[in-house]
Each structure stands twice: as C-alpha cells, then as structure tokens.
Ligand binder design. Sequence first.
Ligand code: ATP
Ligand code: MG
Ligand code: MG
Length: 355
Amino acid sequence: MKKVCVLGNGQLGRMLKQAGEPLGIDVYPVGSDIEPNSLDYKDAVITAEIERWPDTPFTRTLANHDAFINRAIFPIIADRLTQKQLLSDLKLPTANWEPLNHQSDWSRLFVKLGERLIIKRRVGGYDGRGQWRVNSDTITQVPSDAYQSAIVEQAINFDGELSLIGARNRHGEMVFYPLTHNLQQDGILKMSVAFSQSNTVLQSKAESMLSMIMAKLDYIGVMAMECFLVGDQLLINELAPRVHNSGHWTQNGASISQFELHLRAILDLALPTPAVFAPSVMVNLIGTPYNAAWLNQSLVHLHWYNKEVRPARKVGHLNLTHLDSQKINACLSDLKDILPDDYSLAIQWAKEVLQ
Ligand code: ATP
Ligand code: MG
Ligand code: MG
C-alpha cells in the first residue's frame, strides 16, 4: 500500500484522502492535532495541501524531510514577491507590480502602476484576506505592518477570470485540464464552469505558460495557474503549488480528478490526460448551512467538508455535470431557490457562460 502524508488537514487534504482510497493509496492529512508517533512516515511520500500548514515540531520534521516533494519550490510560490520574480524571469505576463517598501513610495507607485492599486501581503493571504484595494485617497487603509511585507499590483480591468490546472511528473511529462471559467465575489471563488474543450488558442497559450513554470521549477504534482483574461491576452494572477478550488469540478466531470492526478504524479504512477466528456459547474458553498434539499436535484454531487459553518468560510461545494448544458441550466434555476440570495448573480453568470 502506498502511503502519502499531506501537510495541512483542510478540505483539500480530505479530498486527496478520498481520491486515494479506490487506488489503494493511504493518505494521511497532518494538522496540528496529530500525535507525532501515531504516524509512521518512514516510507511515505510527503506533499502539502496549502502553502502555510500548521507549524508544529512534527510538521517541521515532515517539511524538512527528503521525501517532501517540491520542498524547495513551496517557499518560492508561497511568497508573492518571489512568485512574481519567477514570472518576470520567465517573461510571463502578469499584472504590473512593485514591492511595497515605504510610505514615501506611494506617489511613484501611482504614477507607475495606475490609479487603482491592490496591496497584497507577501505570505499567508487566501480568499482575498490580506489584501487592500486603494486609490490615492484611501492609502491610510493599508496597515503599517504591510510595509516591507506586501506587494502592490495594478488593478486589472479584466473581461473574465480563467484558471489552468495541470500536472507534471518526475520525467517531465505534463497533462492539463481544459481551462476553467471562474467567478470571484468578495475575493472568494463562488462558481466555476468548465467544458470538455476550451477555446484552443487560449488553451494552448495557457498550457505553454504553465509548462514553462513547471519545467523551470522542476515541479512534480498538480499546479494551478489563475489568470485574468483581457481581450485575447492572459495575465497570470497567481500560482498555487497544489490542488485548487477551481479544479473541484474534476471530481465528477473528468475521468481522473485533480486529487487523483496529484497522487499519480507524486507517486510516479501513469499520468494520461484526463478525459472530459461534458460541461460542468461547481458551486462553492460559502458560509452556508447544510441543506438536505440540495440532494433533491439528481444532477447535484454534494461535497460537504464537515467544517463548522462561519461567514465567508468554504464549507462544501456542489458539482453539476451533464452532456446537455440545458439540463445544468435547469438545475441551476432550481438551486436558486435553495441557495442564499447572494447566489443569484453567480447563477446568472454561470448560465451565460454555459450558453
Ligand atoms: P485565493 O483564495 O485564490 O488564493 P488570494 O487571497 O490569494 O485568493 P488573489 O487570487 O490574489 O487572492 O485575488 C483574489 C481575487 O481578487 C482575484 O481572483 C481577482 O478577482 C481579484 N484580484 C486580485 N488581484 C487583482 C488585480 N491585480 N486586478 C484586479 N482584480 C484582482
Ligand atoms: Mg492565493
Ligand atoms: Mg487567487
């Protein structure tokens, strides 16, 4: 039986574990609650489900172990400064940016990057946390501890957001899913739509960008690349060295889910391109109490994370997939009545993308 230890024990670790079961792979997510001697990691492959896992003596041991795949790569991607530098080194397009050093930098930053800026903490931010949107009248919103620990980005007027999820193995073989269309609200992914085939020009552009990144880093496993679409150009927003929320539709909409694909890549198992037969929609459940009425819908695959429900917290997702996108549309209409009111815009968006 192959064994995998995962740094972090959130929903991504949980879904990696679920994906391992049918393949005979034992996956152990490791959070702060695990007893160091309760897990024999000697023959295990070590991976991570998050860029910042709980820091304990045991997670430190795992994170420094030779069997931690991508050990040297995590710090580069987990820090927005070094991640942006990597993109610059590769001459890959991204929102213009600068490090945020001193209060006296603002006038230069507005001249260089434009009137609307997004300040992002270098490390630890997710779901839009650790970010501030400012113009020259609102810079006082930026806390003093952001100086020297944040970057400043030009706000992009994008036409849409897309992500590409791919995987690479130790032999340099790479496979990709079709691009996913994403709708973010308040800095959190609300919904995704994917098709069996994406626009071929954009798809090959995105694949060549992510290929360059994974090859340069000698990366192994699943990586996600979030992009802004501006006209027919793709600008990279950020990278995630792990399975990604915008790939959750692959659990039910692809022959190999992103979770299984990651396990295959890190364990050096076969890595064929996943087959995608039909359109899919993923509805993120954010701060939403469990509602058994979701299960009345025959197309709904419910993935509930068993976490305490709190505002703005991801607590589960629904995957819908069907060859006939009208059937997905009809299901979305039905879901409108059994999801909170703030889902109606996202449902409208998904229906338009599906057209
Ligand atoms: P995640 O949970 O995806 O890790 P995050 O907290 O790391 O999120 P980002 O992906 O950097 O945050 O930003 C969240 C969202 O904010 C983006 O998906 C996009 O909608 C918006 N955003 C971020 N940067 C920019 C930008 N430069 N211009 C316009 N919108 C932006
Ligand atoms: Mg992020
Ligand atoms: Mg993001």
